[in-house]
Design a protein around this ligand. Sequence first.
Ligand SMILES: Nc1ncnc2c1ncn2[C@@H]1O[C@H](COP(=O)(O)OP(=O)(O)OP(=O)(O)O)[C@@H](O)[C@H]1O
Ligand SMILES: [Mg+2]
Length: 860
Amino acid sequence: MRVGERAYAGTAMTSLFENLPLPGFGPADLASRGSGASAAAGDADGTPVAAGATGVPVGGARERRGGPSTKDPESLLTGLNPQQREAVLHSGSPLLIVAGAGSGKTRVLTHRIAYLLATGRARPGEILAITFTNKAAGEMRERVESLVGPAARMMWVSTFHSACVRILRKEASTLGLRTTFSIYDAADSQRLMTMVCRELELDPKKYPPKALSSRISALKDELVDPETFGRESGASAGTANDFDAVLAQAYTRYQDRLRAAHALDFDDLIMTTVHLLQAFPAVAEHYRRRFRHVLVDEYQDTNHAQYTLVRELAGHDPAMDTDETDDSPVPDAVGPGELTVVGDADQSIYAFRGATIRNILEFEADYPSARTILLEQNYRSTQTILSAANAVISRNPGRRPKRLWTDSGAGAQIVGYVADNEHEEARFVAEEIDRLADSDGVRPGDVAIFYRANAQARALEEVLIRVGLPYKVVGGTRFYERKEIKDAVAYLRAVDNPDDDVNLRRILNVPKRGLGDRSEAMVAAFADRERISFGAALDRVDEVPGLATRSLNGLRSFAQMMTDLRDLAAKGGGPAEVLGAVLDRSGYLSELRASDDPQDASRVENLAELHAVATEFEQSDPEADLADFLERISLVADSDQIPSADDADGAPKVDQGVVTLMTLHTAKGLEFPVVFLTGLEDGTFPHMRTLADTEQLAEERRLAYVGLTRARQRLYISRAAVRTSWGVPNEFPPSRFLDDLPDDLLDWRRRESSMATLRSGLGYGSGFGGSVYGSGTPRTGAPSTRVPPSPPSPTFGSAKSRPTGDAPSLSVGDRVTHDTYGLGTVVVVEGSGPNAVAKIDFGTEGTKRLLLRYSPVTKL
Ligand SMILES: Nc1ncnc2c1ncn2[C@@H]1O[C@H](COP(=O)(O)OP(=O)(O)OP(=O)(O)O)[C@@H](O)[C@H]1O
Ligand SMILES: [Mg+2]
């Protein structure tokens, strides 16, 4: 975990971010952030832009690295518009900069720091800048350094969590903590919670440790400690409901155990720092004096604990004599004179994690002496892109209207595409990137592809691998490297090969079934002695000496489960059926489902994706068995290992950068010349689980605004009429966000899928309403490559859009394309109608027997 290593080298945090949904970590991609960080480089203002970005001016000269002279503060003001300039110069009262995307908030923050230093108004040690990710922190520090020189190194530029670790290490003795306190990562704290639950003899089905952990995490975000929770839930008085009563007990025990271990979990870092500052006025005073300048980027996404931390560090506004969240106001020798926060309420996308728009909307109320500056000129995007973003966000209720404008011109129309399915959507994206490279010199590094949930990356990745476009998945592990996928595949391998010791041992205690290292070692020793495999030893577990009854029982039932799964496969169970059985029997799926950690929800989605892969595989090759499937998977996983252009060791390559794939949550704060926003379907984006909830829908809409406003020159939006999950093709209506986009901004390359065309007579409209094709007026210079509608032919499109059983009618000698195998020639046709099976020669891909009804085959 690179992020953790960077921020907390030397602590126990190497996998800190692994399972923890933090602000800055999307709900669907909480792991491995920063892995793609190298795909993006900062521009002179700390705004991360794509590596190798074309750098075509978007409304103004862009500064180069190195920036203006370190001697002349005035040069830091050149190129700023009047409001930005005012924001850099302001002094004497708290400053709130609220502005839409791309208006230079981050840039202003960086220039403000540089200006403070260059004019001598602040020393570097007096500056505390909070950014949302470690990567952003690194970039901001670098930018300031390039603007004012190495003195900048004394500044604290960090995330909330890193800043708190630094404070806590310094103040550990005050709290009775060891300076070398450990920081528990999510896995550690989960393990601790499991121990606590065992000690309390809690029924894990009724009180899953994960559920308890995530409730506790949420309480800590709200600064609710065990005593307060006990009081407020009624647990102390014995009037709480069952769950809360148990929660109160578990929370107390959990904190006791942490303390005994001299450990803090991730949420404790912030809560403990806040408590420290509130309980020890002298300490708070010290930090207020020290950090005369506190600056916070992405302020809209701070949660309550972080918000309180800022207030404690910056000092309370003297104009406020009461403080609703603080019973014992700390004397404010130093006021919040130099607190600067920048944010955009329209980009608040972490409410699920306790972040709240309230922080920004009520800033003025909390700091009556604050000055508010609005930035209205956008320097990032074309007018077309801005208008689209404004159209979408303006539908959110209760927001302050903003007038964001740009003088960079209308630019190209937004290109829309409706694909039959996710594979075709991916193909469109890849082809378009290729075309842009040929016609406009766009480099892979200029391009970002966004999606709502990590599971959507697979179809995109497969196509990118096939066409050989270098890419990088940011903020998430590549599909086949994800833990849950590896676990599931390990099961399948162990089912397929009983002697596959490595995989068997990987899953022996996954999910946890009480088979610890000790029992594993005993079985392994027995296997050694008997010279048999670990798997074989498991089948003779009764002969293994020294096992405790509990372990023996656990091992027996594990061995029995594996035997049953092998029987299923031997009796002809296809890969999808076996996978389904694995996930059920092992308890893997139910454990994830029971959790209310958003990352586990996305793990379930990823497993659903794997199941879809297996189902497709089965359907396209009815004779294939589990071993064939595993072979296929290894091939994809192998190609996954091919290093991307920018992280390849060895000979220098021409830096073309790589295409960046990421979730919308991860994209916050970034910008790219070309953006593909995929999966615009109701149920995909907005996400299914948000559809019934007005507030969650509003958050999805803000996420759409974030996505749209990442694009500088070109924006593509696409959707698939049919998307497959759990092997079931589902039809999704167009995203409601598409309805908000004015027609004239859009160039629909393909306005309706063949599927929708087919069904429109049955009342399945495409959802776009109005005129059907090409209602947009092409602008001069804008590419007008609209293609005519696809004919309502049953042979068009892939199998997943034919759930009703329409199969392409093929004859020997027909040329076809297959989503996976590419071009082929029909050699034999057997049967007809829904049962038609064709043998097709795909050249180097081999000859396949395919059940046409389910195969993604298109007749040419
Ligand atoms: N006055 C200016 N002249 C030229 N370019 C500018 C100016 N202000 C900002 N920019 C550029 O506009 C882009 C967007 O700026 P920045 O990232 O600071 O905006 P932001 O408000 O932080 O956006 P977001 O809300 O997405 O975080 C950057 O490429 C930045 O360099
Ligand atoms: Mg920004």
